[in-house]
Design a protein around this ligand. Structure first.
Ligand code: ADP
Ligand code: MG
Length: 231
């Protein structure tokens, strides 16, 4: 579905926040690598979607009322058969019902489980003074606790992306520590630039989060995505 149609559909439903499935549709259209997700409303639909995606898969709650899916038991990584997918679907529904009973539920997003990589985050938010600003950092505690992130004002030039990935304190992690693979810096810089171009082309996008992106020694892929549009 074209980007404008996805955004129009959300707006017509009074939503500013695109679901993970919608966000990834839009990003995929824009040529940004994502773990594509299919919406499934029932356990049987989820198993069929998993058959199509290929095992193992990841299931995640899809709800306009839930921003942090794992906080409410809404993420299940690794079901490896149709039966395991159906069980995971029920577990997610039970957990979310208990922790957030009022949440409106669309179903679950079914996607292929991506191989493990170094977790980084790429985001865009709008500054009242500077407009769209890109953000880059390492995932997890690096961003949440240490606030180890780099910012640049959109539009970015290649040298901006180059500097962003190199100026964070955690950069040695990307170079590879303790026998870990180094991350593909070209792929990360390319991804940052693509997102910068994408948000520049779509001023109706107010906020964008790829959290996390898995960085590999060859390439990178966003496994979670969230886009907020203006109303
Ligand atoms: P949220 O941020 O809303 O809690 P995420 O979609 O980021 O949910 O999922 C939580 C975690 O699950 C991610 O940080 C990642 O480690 C893992 N994960 C999510 N999607 C995938 C995937 N497709 N493949 C492998 N791991 C994934
Ligand atoms: Mg996330």
């Amino acid at each position: 579905m074209p980007i404008a149609d996805v955004i129009e559909k959300a707006r017509s439903q009074g939503r500013a926040v695109l679901t993970e499935v919608e966000s990834k549709q839009v990003l995929h259209e824009a040529g940004i690598p994502v773990a594509r997700a299919e919406l499934a409303a029932t356990a049987k639909d989820a198993a069929a979607a998993a058959d199509r995606a290929g095992y193992p898969v990841v299931l995640k709650i899809v709800s306009p009322d839930i921003a942090h899916k794992s906080d409410v038991g809404g993420v299940n990584v690794g079901p490896n058969s149709a039966a395991e997918v159906e069980a995971a679907f029920s577990e997610i529904m039970a957990a979310v019902k208990q922790r957030q009973p009022d949440a409106r539920i669309e179903g679950v997003a079914v996607q292929k489980m991506a191989r493990a990589g170094t977790e980084v985050i790429i985001g865009m938010s709008k500054d009242p003074q500077f407009g769209p600003v890109m953000m880059f950092g390492l995932g997890g505690i690096f961003v949440e606790v240490l606030k180890d992130v780099a910012f640049r004002i959109v539009p970015l030039e290649p040298k901006d992306a180059r500097q962003m990935v190199r100026e964070i304190k955690g950069f040695p992690v990307l170079e590879g520590v303790r026998g870990q693979d180094p991350a593909d810096l070209d792929a990360l810089e390319g991804l940052i630039l693509k997102v910068s171009e994408f948000v520049e082309a779509h001023p109706e996008i107010e906020e964008l989060d790829l959290n996390p992106v898995f960085a590999y020694k060859d390439g990178a892929i966003a496994v979670d995505a969230r886009i907020v549009v203006s109303q």
